[in-house]
Structure formats: structure tokens, C-alpha cells
Write a protein that binds this ligand. Structure first.
Ligand SMILES: C[S@@+](CC[C@H](N)C(=O)[O-])C[C@H]1O[C@@H](n2cnc3c(N)ncnc32)[C@H](O)[C@@H]1O
Length: 422
């Protein structure tokens, strides 16, 4: 145990430990008396970006989060700044030892080093891109999968969590592809994501981890849900992970005042999906991923009458009526997004024995970026203008056929209603 090292000694200790090949992670947290820092927690970890070893600093504040990557020879200034920030505790994990630097209330600094009895095998830095196989492969230790109870510390997927593991990877694959259809990953700034109806936040935490730690794209996520209990659990998990830029709030979808680049609505109940779509459109989100859940709204009102009389044999049976209403609801949603200037498609999400709710609506705002991230000057770019007459005509025809006004039209409000006015 070393007591009261000088600032230079501390800096040397940090530099030496962080740049050692055995280094895995350092967490700075807790404020000492009189500390003047905007950061609540800072986590450093090695990352492999384009084949080069960087040190990723994830700064988490009460209101914002920032991620910066430094080469080994650039570390002195950011490490020295962290020492000056006055964190009460620094915990460093390497494959050979645990280092704890604690500052007492009276300002005494204690450095404790504890060598591991069985040194862990050397870990490679997190690769920048593992998308060739699956986003989060099994058989490789992954702290996120471990904290979520999906995998063991050595990376084996727990048998009871296999379906969740598959769902997470399928979602991340879809997300990765859809992200490539936007310019967000290349924008050189933090991507802001809003997860509407985040529930237990498996997919929220996975998306955050995938962007920040696997793809090396700095991102922050706000997860919202009306259920206080799941928000509390999600916050606890985020804290346990020490992940920067993860916030959870108990609130109703559509009430968060955020300008999100990406909006998720994954299995949000009934018309909550429409509320999330409306929030995405209002805030000009570039990407929206929706996996609708139960549909009750149109189920109650569609019936064989007028033009749809011909479908009486289908709508007579409750189960077929429900499935027809599901499809009609999602077709209205996809059309509404096209009308609002989003390039939209509908794909199968994940085939699972646990849910038939496996349809995903993917929408990319099309004014500035084409499929696969094409810019307007590149061949293959097709604009997706707001109020395109083709989807407007289809939407009006669908309404005439079914004699309904879908909830999406109500929640998108006046600007949309003007566009689809017959
Ligand atoms: C089936 S869970 C899905 C959780 C998570 N997105 C997933 O896919 O694993 C649906 C969540 O949406 C939340 N929810 C439903 N309606 C909501 C609303 N209007 N505002 C906020 N949360 C809502 C519920 O509380 C629930 O936690």
C-alpha cells in the first residue's frame, strides 16, 4: 500500500498501468470534497480502431456523455486532467492485478495493488469490427452479456438465455445494416438514440455496447418506459457496467424532449408504436426501427363492409381478423413514414418460438442520404421526398377500402393530415 503519492507519481502509475499489454479497464468515479468536475464517471478501455490500438475514454456526466479515443503517446494530458478532476476512487483491472486508488475525505490518497493469484490470459483489445460473423459472438468473454446474465464470464451462452442471445444479435445485425444506410456513423459526432418502451433494456444496452465498443461509434442512449421498476433495474445495470451515455427515464413515449438521430420502438404495446413513430418524425430522426407488438386499435373497427365486403370469409374468424388488422395497421404505418419522407421497408426480425411479433419496420429519412449511405450526387441515389404522391394515393385508397382512420394519422397531426387529405 502506498500513501500520498505526488501527482507526478500518480500520473506515472496510471500511464504505466494503462499502456501495459495486460490492461483491461480503468474506472474513475465518486467526487472528493470540493472537486470541480462535470463528469460523474470516466471509463478507459483499449479498443482496436482500424487495426490500431487506441484508449477509449468514455466520460459520463449528469446531462451529457462524451467518448474520445487516444493513442498511447497522447495519454499524458487526458490522464493528468482526470487526476486533477478529483475522483474519490479509481479502479484498474489488468490481466495480472487489480489497482485501487482511493482518496479519503481528508484528502489522503491510498494506492493498493492486489496481484491476481491466477493471472487471466492476455486479452486482445476489443476489435473495431466483428460484424463478419455476429455482432456479439459467443465463446468470447463479454462483460455486457455477463452482466445481463446471458453468458458466463468466459463467454458461454447460458442455455436458458439462448433465445435472448439470438434476438440481441439479430437486432444488432439489422441495426448495423440500417445504420449503414445513414451517414450517422461517419458524422464524426456522438449519435443520439431514443429507445421508446425500453423495458428491461436488453436491446438498449446491447445497442449502446455495439456502437461504442464494437463499431467504435460514440453513442448515447436514453431509454424511456412507463414502468418504474424496469427503469430502476435498467439504471442499476447501466451503473454496474460503468457505461457512459446511458440514461433511463420513467415517462410516457412521446414526452421526452430530445432530438434523437435514431429512434427504437421495440415491442412497444399497441398505439405506443405510433407515438414513437410520431416522436421520430417530429424530431427529424434519421433512422427508426420499429418492431410492433400487440395491435388493438384497428382490430376493434375493421369489418367487412363496402369495398372490404369481399373479405368477409377472412374477417369472419377472430384469429384471421386479428392478423388482418395487424397487417393493415403496419401497412398504414409504413405508408405514413414514406409520406413523411422516410425510405421504408418491412422485414422479418427474428423467428422465435416465443413471439409471433417478428416484423420490423425500418425507416431511413431520405432527403439527404440514399440506400447504403449514397449521397445525392452518387448513382443509385433516389430521393424520398415528403408528400410523395405515390404513397399518398395508396394511403388514401387504403382508407377508402377499410373505412378507417388509423391512429398513426391522428398522432402525426396536422402536417400529415394536410398531406393525405383526399
Ligand atoms: C414488451 S416490452 C418491450 C421491451 C423492450 N423494448 C424489448 O423489446 O425487449 C414493452 C414495454 O413498453 C412499455 N410501454 C408500453 N406503452 C408505453 C408508453 N405509452 N410509454 C412508455 N412505455 C410504454 C411497457 O411498460 C413495457 O416495458
Amino acid at each position: 500500500m502506498q500513501t500520498n503519492p505526488t501527482r507526478d507519481e500518480l500520473l506515472e502509475l496510471l500511464k504505466g498501468t494503462v499502456t501495459d499489454a495486460a490492461f483491461r479497464r480503468a474506472t474513475f468515479a465518486g467526487a472528493t470534497r470540493g472537486a470541480a468536475t462535470e463528469w460523474v464517471r470516466v471509463v478507459i478501455r483499449p479498443v482496436d480502431l482500424r487495426g490500431e490500438l487506441y484508449y477509449q475514454f468514455a466520460y459520463q456526466g449528469a446531462k451529457k456523455a462524451v467518448t474520445k479515443n487516444f493513442l498511447a503517446d497522447e495519454l499524458e494530458a487526458p490522464l493528468d486532467e482526470l487526476i486533477g478532476n478529483g475522483f474519490a476512487g479509481v479502479h484498474i483491472t489488468t490481466n495480472a492485478e487489480e489497482v485501487d486508488i482511493r482518496t479519503s475525505r481528508k484528502g489522503r490518497v491510498h494506492v493498493g495493488r492486489h496481484r491476481l493469484k491466477q493471472p487471466a490470459p492476455a486479452a486482445e483489445p476489443e476489435p473495431h469490427n466483428r460484424t463478419k460473423d455476429v455482432p456479439l459472438p459467443e465463446g468470447k468473454p463479454d462483460r455486457l452479456l455477463e452482466v445481463m446474465g446471458i453468458a458466463t464470464p468466459d463467454g458461454r451462452v447460458r442455455p436458458t438465455m439462448r433465445a435472448k442471445f439470438t434476438q440481441i444479435n439479430e437486432f444488432l445485425k439489422q441495426f448495423g445494416h440500417a445504420l449503414g444506410d445513414t451517414d450517422l456513423a461517419r458524422a464524426g459526432r456522438e449519435v443520439s438514440i431514443l429507445d421508446c418502451g425500453c423495458g428491461s433494456s436488453y436491446l438498449t444496452l446491447a445497442a449502446h455496447h455495439y456502437l461504442n465498443d464494437v463499431l467504435g461509434v460514440p453513442a448515447r442512449i436514453l431509454g424511456v418506459d412507463v414502468n418504474e421498476e424496469v427503469i430502476r433495474k435498467s439504471t442499476d445495470r447501466a451503473e454496474e457496467l460503468g457505461a457512459a451515455g446511458l440514461l433511463f427515464e420513467c415517462r410516457t413515449i412521446g414526452t421526452a424532449d430530445v432530438a434523437a438521430d435514431v429512434v427504437f420502438a421495440l415491442h412497444a404495446c399497441d398505439t405506443a408504436t405510433d407515438d414513437a413513430i410520431a416522436q421520430a418524425v417530429r424530431s427529424g430522426a434519421k433512422l427508426l426501427l420499429c418492431v410492433p407488438c400487440c395491435h388493438h386499435d384497428l382490430n376493434k373497427v375493421i369489418s367487412p363492409a363496402g369495398p372490404s365486403e369481399v373479405l368477409r370469409p377472412v374477417l369472419r374468424h377472430g384469429i384471421m381478423l386479428q392478423r388482418a388488422a395487424d397487417l393493415v395497421t403496419d401497412a398504414f404505418r409504413a405508408l405514413a413514414l414514406r409520406i413523411m419522407g422516410y425510405r421504408t421497408d418491412v422485414v422479418e426480425f427474428v423467428a422465435t418460438e416465443h413471439t409471433a411479433r417478428n416484423l420490423m419496420i425500418r425507416a431511413v429519412r431520405g432527403s439527404s442520404v440514399g440506400p447504403r449511405g449514397l449521397s445525392p450526387a452518387e448513382p443509385g441515389f433516389t430521393a424520398a421526398p415528403v408528400g410523395d404522391p405515390a404513397p399518398v394515393a395508396e394511403y388514401q385508397e387504403m382508407k377508402r377500402f377499410w373505412r378507417v382512420t388509423p391512429y398513426i394519422e391522428k398522432v402525426l397531426g396536422e402536417p400529415f393530415q394536410q398531406l393525405v387529405k383526399a
